[in-house]
Design a protein around this ligand. Structure first.
Ligand SMILES: *Cc1c(COP(=O)(O)O)cnc(C)c1O
Length: 484
């Protein structure tokens, strides 16, 4: 939490507040004068954990320690009282905060705020869905207590299946909060038309999972702000290595850190990252000033969707090499996309990196490999389009299943962002529950295969795809049937 002036505190408490304000000022200075000047990779590797911290407090441990402790003890009454009033930096109890989750939050706040001229903060959550819940709930409160007014929000219809369920079932059906789906997010007039005086926020996912929907973030953020509303962006697929929505005007970013940020696949994690001073029509100064801190210390303290410290350090460990992994996976995905595009058994390929993709030009304005200009290999800005692609198999759902069952190296799993290549059929997995209508709205045909290319050599992935596609040619169906 931020420092406190403390106008009428007892001398004992005031002493703790002063000491901690001095510590916070020193940390801000360190961030401003040292960390903010580092390149992306250095921030990802070190975050705010310093050699000095390690030597003085943690036996010299070069990796951030895991604090497997439910709670924090205090020196005396004054310190305890100051801590529980949030007058001094504290972690109290691991549902509220924990030193290990702080390391993770600081790194993510800095990575999503890389290149942004302002402060960012982060609140960790137990999953991406918890992050979305954490980000949207504070805007859905009743403006006046016990008044049941109409509330609505806008969201891109092309979004993760779980998000579709949270918005359409949990919020709309069960709580009567209207979600107005945006069918074409590149049409700014559709966004504008759907905003009214009861709108609370705008929500967009890009590139969307799995259809690779995209929109002009700056344009939608400007529209939101002109109505005194925040823009919330799900940046899971691009990751801060390719896109930092806050730099383009977004107020809040959500991450399913379970995905690419934890590419090893070691567990579940999420995060909400916000800029200092978000735009909102909700009258709550604390929330407006520092949204991530607000949700961390108040709503999430009471709701409990917190992250485990072991998971925080495991995800942190994976994030250190984010930039180079995203670069490798993006380049391999491009190669795979070109192979599939030219294959006679493939009906269509969707990858934002292909020049013929209708959103290629728009995506190219936003998706850049961070710090490529400082990379010896590139020395200039380069576009990278991520590791997510989709393609449709000729001959419909049945053929798609035959192909899918023939994959041998690529894992059949509902997952993405892994160091191992993974494929799924969204219509029977991520988007199964939203029904035919919902799938149509989200552009999910039954023969769509979603593929996430990992860290393997792309030629081996292409060979696996080629082999599985060969099962679709009438001549070889029989001979190949037993091999998949
Ligand atoms: C997976 C995913 C989520 C949900 O995250 P979990 O960590 O699985 O809860 C949200 N958004 C996107 C884009 C996702 O891919």
């Amino acid at each position: 939490m931020s420092g406190h002036d403390g106008d009428c505190l007892s001398p004992g408490i005031q002493a703790y507040v002063d000491k901690n304000n001095a510590y916070l000022a020193q940390r801000s200075k360190y961030i401003r004068e040292v960390v903010k000047k580092w390149k992306f990779d250095t921030i990802a590797v070190h975050g705010l954990y310093t050699v000095q911290d390690a030597i003085e407090d943690y036996q010299g441990a070069i990796i951030e320690p895991v604090f497997m402790s439910s709670s924090q003890a205090y020196r005396d009454t004054d310190e305890m009282e100051a801590a529980l009033a949030y007058l001094i930096p504290t972690w109290c109890y691991s549902r509220i905060a924990n030193p290990s989750t702080y390391y993770y939050e600081w790194v993510l706040a800095l990575l999503e705020g890389y290149g942004f001229d302002g402060e960012t903060s982060c609140c960790s959550t137990s999953s991406g869905m918890a992050a979305i819940m954490t980000a949207v709930q504070p805007f859905l409160v009743h403006a006046e207590q016990h008044v049941h007014e109409e509330r609505n929000f806008l969201a891109t219809a092309q979004c993760y299946g779980g998000t579709f369920q949270q918005f359409s079932i949990r919020l709309m059906d069960e709580r009567g909060i209207e979600c107005r789906w945006i069918e074409d997010p590149t049409d700014i007039d559709e966004w504008a038309r759907k905003i009214d005086r009861n709108t609370r926020f705008l929500y967009g996912e890009l590139p969307s999972n799995p259809q690779l929907g995209f929109f002009d973030i700056a344009q939608v953020a400007d529209l939101a702000h002109s109505h005194n509303l925040p823009l919330i962006v799900d940046n899971t697929v691009a990751t801060p290595a390719l896109l930092r929505p806050i730099c383009h005007g977004a107020d809040i970013v959500v991450q399913s850190a379970t995905k690419t940020l934890t590419s090893s696949g070691f567990g579940m994690a999420g995060a909400v990252i916000s800029r200092a001073g978000i735009t909102t029509n909700i009258d709550n100064p604390k929330m407006r000033e520092n949204f991530a801190n607000y949700v961390k210390f108040l709503p999430n303290r009471d709701m409990g969707p917190n992250l485990h410290p072991v998971q925080a350090v495991m995800t942190l460990n994976d994030m250190r090499t984010l930039r180079s992994k995203i670069d490798l996976m993006s380049r391999s995905t491009m190669k795979v996309a070109k192979f599939l595009r030219d294959h006679p058994r493939v009906e269509s390929v969707e990858y934002l990196g292909l020049p013929e993709h209708p959103l290629h030009e728009l995506a190219s304005r936003y998706l850049w490999l961070v710090d490529a200009e400082y990379d010896e290999q590139y020395g200039r800005p380069v576009n990278r389009y991520g590791h997510l692609m989709g393609f449709c198999i000729k001959g419909g759902a049945e053929k798609a299943r035959v192909f899918f069952d023939g994959l041998q190296r690529i894992w059949r799993a509902t997952d993405l962002g892994r160091i191992k290549s993974v494929a799924t059929i969204p219509a029977i997995s991520t988007h199964q529950q939203q029904g035919e209508e919902g799938r149509k709205l989200a552009h999910i045909p039954p023969n769509l295969v979603r593929l996430c290319v990992g860290g393997e050599h792309p030629d081996d992935i292409i060979a696996d795809l080629d082999h599985a596609l060969a099962r679709l040619t009438p001549r070889s169906t029989v001979s190949m049937a037993g091999s998949g």
